[in-house]
Write a protein that binds this ligand. Structure first.
Ligand code: ADP
Ligand code: 5GP
Length: 208
């Protein structure tokens, strides 16, 4: 597997989004993918079981632990982590397919994965989504209805530690009112796209 991804010149921008579980990443990401052109979600591999409403290949590639371990051994992951007792990882292949098509990509990954990308020197835009409060975070996880009470306890238990990492990120989105949070995320993406280093190709195409 190639590792030229970390060194490649700007083609597609990589947006890394982290938040505690229930923070609203999936909801916000779906919004901006629906509202902005040329955005795509990176589809991770996971060993957790599929939830109601999820689709293989759209939300995740659902694989066994043995398959996942084989992929680790073959160096197929840009990053991977053990989150709540299951493996999650971003394969080079899933990223290269999307960026080769000229899309900007959103990576919905946890703080461990984001840390690995920073250490690899990935030129990503790092965004952290904060909930307004822990009690609201818990209420949202309960209302989502996809996790058992035990699972919710584990996720809330980890939330404070995860939240303490917000300082490592470039941008913060507070997910209080959904419309405003989605607007804030869109603005971040639009501003990143307008950075000089990301505008070179477009400028070359102008009649100047
Ligand atoms: P994550 O992907 O970070 O685990 P989700 O996007 O699944 O979180 O959000 C958790 C739950 O909270 C979902 O049921 C979602 O509909 C709800 N939710 C997300 N953002 C808001 C918000 N701003 N206000 C109210 N409910 C929200
Ligand atoms: P969930 O089980 O709720 O879909 O995701 C649980 C956590 O795993 C979330 O914090 C999510 O961001 C993280 N996650 C999802 N995919 C990946 C991945 O490819 N790599 C890493 N490191 N974390 C991931």
């Amino acid at each position: 597997m190639t590792n030229n991804f970390t060194r490649r010149s700007r083609k597609g921008i990589l947006f890394v989004i982290s938040a505690p579980s229930g923070g609203g990443k999936s909801t916000l990401v779906k919004r901006v993918i629906g509202s902005l052109p040329n955005m795509q979600l990176s589809v991770s591999h996971t060993t957790r079981s599929i939830r109601q409403g999820e689709e293989e290949g759209r939300d995740y590639y659902f694989v066994s632990k043995d398959t996942f371990k084989g992929m680790i051994e073959r160096g197929e992951f840009l990053e991977w982590a053990d989150v709540f007792g299951n493996y999650y990882g971003t394969s080079y292949k899933s990223i290269e397919t999307a960026t080769a098509a000229g899309k900007d990509l959103i990576l919905d990954i946890d703080i461990q994965g984001a840390d690995q990308l920073r250490k690899k020197g990935c030129e990503c835009s790092y965004i952290f989504v904060l909930p307004p409060s822990i009690s609201l975070l818990m209420a949202r996880l309960e209302a989502r209805g996809t996790n058992s009470q035990d699972d919710i306890k584990t996720r809330i238990g980890k939330a404070r530690e995860e939240i303490s990492h917000y300082k490592d990120y470039d941008y913060i989105v507070v997910n209080d009112r959904l419309e405003e949070a989605a607007g804030s995320l869109e603005s971040i993406i639009v501003a990143e796209r307008a950075r000089l280093k990301n505008m070179t190709e477009e400028i070359r195409g102008l009649d100047l």
